[in-house]
Write a protein that binds this ligand. Structure first.
Ligand code: ADP
Ligand code: ZN
Length: 531
């Protein structure tokens, strides 16, 4: 056995040098490859950019037969195959973008044993014709990429992945390797269960990306804040800016261009040609900024992305980690920057309540959002919190490379302001049978006689003007943090504020409310030149 192990290890290393031109394996790669080459099943969890591809490409080259790669990323297959062919690897794909003749030619190459790697979309495995085809030639390994797509509660669920358990049943002797960058313990378990891989060995790489600096700032004027961030820290760098809506993608890209930063939009509302052109410019050029919805990025392999910026809050920590993980694949210092504010919380809570899905689905979405909010509002190390979310121990309690480590936020006793907000909400609800959004509550606290305040006689409330000790931005911070801590809730399509089960404990002083001090807004001088 030991001898066989030695042989495969040196074969793998030799392939790494000869075919890929790399000196050494990284992290878990060597262990994974040795295990799979020897015929074992593996579940591999590695962060984006960790080097998952080699984990199946090398076994496919070292073992006799063709390696079958199941990937949902049809749009990237051509690129992946081209890149492999450029290295002299005999790779091909079969998917719906090909005509009959092209498919036939690829099948013939496979049957003749002329392919090292064959990429397939998961939906093809539902076809008997595909299974028949696969049974007529020798297969070296099955690689199931983006394996978290099998998780029914995950954000990337693909029903076709459920049928992949057939692989283990029909080809018990062929090793399988499932790979993903997204995995909490729950997803992890689901992958093993649904793909039918109880015997698989698990390889879990560290999710830490030490070269990425995490920063989350208060949102005041997001486009201008973004512009200052880019001008001051990332002039001429390639990066991705994520926005929630197509409309804000377009507007932000235009805004950056007007202010001298080369930027292109990317979202599902653009035609395929434009999308492809913008994506390939991003891959090719050095300093292009892509402003995009989350439709952009899965599978994109550009090593020198220097920053990922979020102008809107991601729906989950998994999403945040995956999106920010596209920065700094080359290991050089990079920034994950996000602007986050009250409106994000209101909007996302509203979307969950008004959105599709049953009660269980909504509860799930709400708990994903809560974890994301906890990351935004923490006064502790962001990296430590992020790793803890993925069930991993941080190397140190403070990383020294996130905003909370670099400039520790002050916290303060916000119990009294919290009570003021909550009593205003309660008064409106009990005395007037009314519900209002954060804007009106804050106007009341500040004693502002706006048209809407006059219209509803809100200047007659006993709470009118009781909050003049804080500025508007500070009140917004208080409301945002109460929402994040579950001490206040959002309701209905207008995002009105209502009490939660826990609100009462604040009003009755049983509970102290700790709040983060709001960081200073971007000084006006720096962003004055933005149009
Ligand atoms: P993932 O699929 O995990 O996101 P990739 O497999 O695309 O990551 O690898 C990320 C980058 O790292 C690629 O550019 C790849 O060529 C490079 N890479 C992977 N393994 C090694 C290695 N052992 N030595 C040097 N570069 C590597
Ligand atoms: Zn830190």
């Amino acid at each position: 056995m030991a001898e066989a192990g030695e042989v495969t290890r040196s074969d793998a290393l030799e392939t790494l040098h000869r075919v890929f031109g790399y000196d050494a394996f990284r992290g878990e790669q060597a262990a994974v490859i040795e295990h799979v080459v020897a015929g074992g099943d593996a579940v591999v969890l590695m962060p984006t950019g960790g080097g998952k591809s080699l984990c199946y490409q090398i076994p496919a080259l070292v073992r006799p037969g063709t390696g079958i790669v199941i990937s949902p990323l049809i749009a990237l297959m051509q690129d992946q195959v081209d890149a492999l062919r450029a290295l002299g690897v005999r790779a091909g794909f079969i998917n719906s973008t090909q005509d009959f003749g092209e498919r036939r030619a690829m099948e013939a190459e496979f049957l003749a044993g002329e392919l090292d790697l064959l990429y397939l979309a998961p939906e093809r495995l539902r076809l008997d014709a595909t299974l028949d085809l696969l049974s007529r030639a020798k297969i070296s390994v099955f690689a199931i990429d983006e394996a978290h797509c099998v998780a029914q509660w995950g954000h990337d669920f693909r029903p076709d992945y459920l049928s992949l358990s057939v692989l283990g049943q029909r080809w018990p002797e062929v090793p399988r390797i499932a790979l993903t960058a997204t995995a909490t313990h729950a997803t992890h378990r689901e992958i093993t269960q649904r793909l039918g891989m109880p015997e698989a060995r698990h390889f879990v790489a560290s999710f830490d990306r030490p070269n990425i600096q995490y920063r989350i700032v208060g949102k005041s004027d997001p486009k201008k804040q973004l512009l200052s961030f880019l001008r001051e820290e990332h002039a001429g760098d390639a990066g991705i800016v994520y926005c929630l809506s197509r409309n804000s993608v377009d507007k932000t890209a235009e805004f950056l261009c007007r202010n001298g930063i080369e930027a292109v939009p990317y979202h599902a509302g653009l035609d395929a040609g434009t999308r492809a052109a913008h994506q390939s410019r991003f891959l090719r050029e050095e300093g292009l900024v892509v402003v995009a919805t989350i439709a952009f990025g899965m599978g994109i392999d550009k090593p020198d992305v220097r920053f990922v910026a979020h102008l809107d809050l991601p729906k989950s920590v998994e999403g945040y980690y995956q999106e920010t993980g596209r920065a700094g694949r080359d290991g050089m210092p990079s920034t994950a920057w996000m602007a986050y504010g009250l409106q994000d919380v209101v909007q996302q809570r509203k979307m969950i309540q008004g959105g599709e899905g049953d009660e269980a689905f909504r509860r799930r979405a709400a708990s994903h959002l809560d974890a994301m909010l906890a990351l935004c509002e923490t006064a502790q190390c962001r990296r430590a919190q992020l790793l803890a979310y993925f069930g991993q121990e941080p190397g140190a309690p403070s990383c020294g490379n996130c905003d909370t480590c670099l400039t520790p936020p002050e916290t303060w006793d916000g119990t009294v302001p919290a009570q003021k907000v909550l009593s205003t909400v309660v008064r409106l609800q009990r005395e007037r049978r009314q519900k209002f959004g954060a804007g009106q509550i804050i106007d009341i606290l500040l004693g502002r006689k706006t048209a809407k305040v006059i219209q509803f006689d809100h200047d007659q409330l006993s709470v009118f003007g009781i909050g003049e000790e804080l500025a508007e931005a500070e009140w917004r911070g208080v409301v945002r943090q109460l929402l994040a801590q579950g001490l206040l809730a959002v309701e209905g399509e207008y995002g009105t504020l209502v009490m939660t089960e826990d609100s009462a404990s604040v009003l009755s002083r049983e509970r102290e409310v700790r709040l983060r001090k709001e960081a200073k807004a971007v000084p006006a001088a720096r962003s004055a030149s933005a149009k």
